[in-house]
Design a protein around this ligand. Structure first.
Ligand SMILES: [Zn+2]
Length: 496
């Protein structure tokens, strides 16, 4: 049995008895099997390569002791094969899954979906295969843990999905779903209750890679292209009602976002305001503080969703750990980082995977600079903006011209791990850095090597991490790079 799990159970036992806030020991334990060595893996890998074979590879090459099995998503990014156009790795079927559909890769049990109109979410990709029923017994036989890994990504062609979708600034349906919509909230809580009660799982991790309308309008993200400022969310009836309850003037908020839309469109077409981009933004913010209030409304709604998932799982099975995947934008946008208050999240988190993908981080950091450097900071040179970002985020990395070709360093992983651990110090929340193994980058940009992966894993443990989570998915990793992670673990004598 893994130490982090024992500690979790001990914590619950003691906490229930004493009602006291305790610190889970997370760092500085003696070597042995105390560290969580996790990997994200989708059903497709087990189908393509065989369950026992995949488990052999993961154990032998990377000393993996915990599977983060992609059980629910409509995204190929964590559940499918390699992204079409990117080179296929040296294992698995040598073919792109152009017909990827996604959904629930286990068996949905209807009694948990009574309070939502989103019903039949079973993934049709692999026939009758229930990936939890397939992998759980094989993993348990080897002493490996299985954590259900779920993502906030949906399709637009699901029955009734339009009833759950967010509404944009102009009231149009968005592809994303609204956390304040009872049908979505109830779907998510039903889904996690289904997993917790129907299967003997070792945890649940959910990830949502989105942000509120203010950040989205400014393009404060590495996403390419950034969202259109007229398509930001959410302005649905549920969000409007919640805003009113908070004393936010909905019409003022809408007016503010319409003004912000004009500002962003002008900025992206190079029309500089007389007083400059930064001053003009502040003028808007001072005139419409509702812009910030709406951003916080969205952020709080995400936090409430975390808390609802946490509470549901704990009521179903108290011993099942629950945690979150925190989006890479946390390393680029100071606004998004401010919203990811790990200390506050620790109130309903047994663990948090903080994304620290260093290789693709260079390319993504440069994209963030391009995006926000076209709006809020359009008066700064790309390098000045990057220097500012490094200073406020606590990084020391290469130049704007270099980083897409070099990636971010292992020192970035060290600093991010250390920062996250310091924020949650004194809480029971474990920090598991997300490590980049072959996450796709543009053809001419930096690629992972066994050495770069090894250095990133070493950096995470040197900073005191109680585990690492190899990401994004086994089906896109080259075997030698996966072995690089194992080399670090073997060098540190962390393997069982
Ligand atoms: Zn909404």
């Amino acid at each position: 049995m893994l130490r982090w799990d024992v500690n979790r159970r001990e914590f619950l036992k003691i906490a229930v008895g004493a009602g006291a806030a305790l610190t889970m020991p997370s760092a500085g334990r003696s070597a042995g099997s105390s560290k969580m060595i996790g990997i994200q893996v989708g059903a497709i890998s087990f189908v393509d390569e065989g369950t026992e074979k995949v488990l052999d590879v993961l154990q032998e090459r990377a000393c993996v002791n915990t599977l983060f099995l992609a059980v629910f998503t409509y995204g190929r990014g964590i559940a499918g094969r390699q992204i079409p156009g990117q080179p296929l790795p040296d294992h698995g079927k040598q073919q792109y899954d152009l017909d990827f559909h996604g959904g629930n890769f286990a068996t949905p049990h209807p009694q948990y979906y009574k309070n939502t109109v989103l019903k039949d979410a079973r993934a049709p990709d692999h026939g009758d295969l229930d990936i939890l029923a397939e992998v759980l017994p094989a993993a348990k036989k080897r002493g490996m843990k299985v954590i259900c890994w779920m993502e906030d990504v949906f399709r637009t062609d699901l029955p009734n999905i339009e009833k759950l979708q967010e509404r944009d600034l102009y009231g149009r349906n968005a592809e994303t779903l609204c956390f304040n919509n009872p049908d979505y909230r109830n779907f998510l809580t039903g889904l996690v209750e289904d997993y917790a009660r129907s299967y003997d799982i070792d945890g649940i991790m959910w990830g949502s890679e989105r942000q509120g309308a203010l950040s989205d309008s400014l393009g404060a993200t590495h996403d390419e292209p950034p969202i259109d400022p007229g398509s930001v969310t959410c302005f649905c009836e549920f969000c409007q009602r919640k805003a009113k309850e908070r004393g936010i003037n909905v019409e003022r908020a809408r007016q503010g976002f319409l003004e912000l839309e004009k500002y962003v469109r002008a900025a992206r077409s190079g029309k500089r305001p007389v007083d400059g981009y930064y001053v003009q933004f502040w003028r808007l913010l001072l005139r419409y503080p509702e812009l910030v209030a709406w951003e916080m409304l969205w952020t709080d709604s995400l936090r409430e969703t975390y808390a609802a998932i946490y509470k549901t799982v704990k009521s179903a099975k108290e011993t099942v750990p629950v945690g979150w995947h925190i989006w890479h934008n946390n390393s680029f946008s100071p606004i998004y980082r401010a919203e990811q208050d790990l200390k506050e999240l620790s109130n309903y988190s047994d663990f948090i995977k903080v994304v620290m993908y260093n290789n693709c981080g260079g390319e993504r950091m440069a994209l963030y600079v391009d995006n926000i450097g076209s709006t809020l900071y359009a008066d700064l040179s790309k390098q000045s903006l990057l220097d500012f970002d490094y200073a406020v985020m606590g990084f020391q990395e290469g130049s704007y011209e270099q980083i897409p070709h070099t990636g971010l360093s292992a020192d970035y992983v060290y600093r991010e791990t250390k920062r996250a651990l310091e924020v949650v110090a004194g809480t029971r929340t474990l920090i598991w850095p997300g490590i980049d193994i072959d996450i796709p980058t543009e053809p001419n940009n930096s690629k992972c090597t066994p050495q770069s992966v090894k250095q990133a894993v070493l950096a995470a443990f040197r900073a005191g991490a109680p585990g690492v989570l190899l990401s994004r998915k086994y089906s896109e990793m080259r075997l030698a790079d996966l072995t690089g992670a194992g080399d670090a673990i073997r060098e540190l004598k962390l393997s069982v």
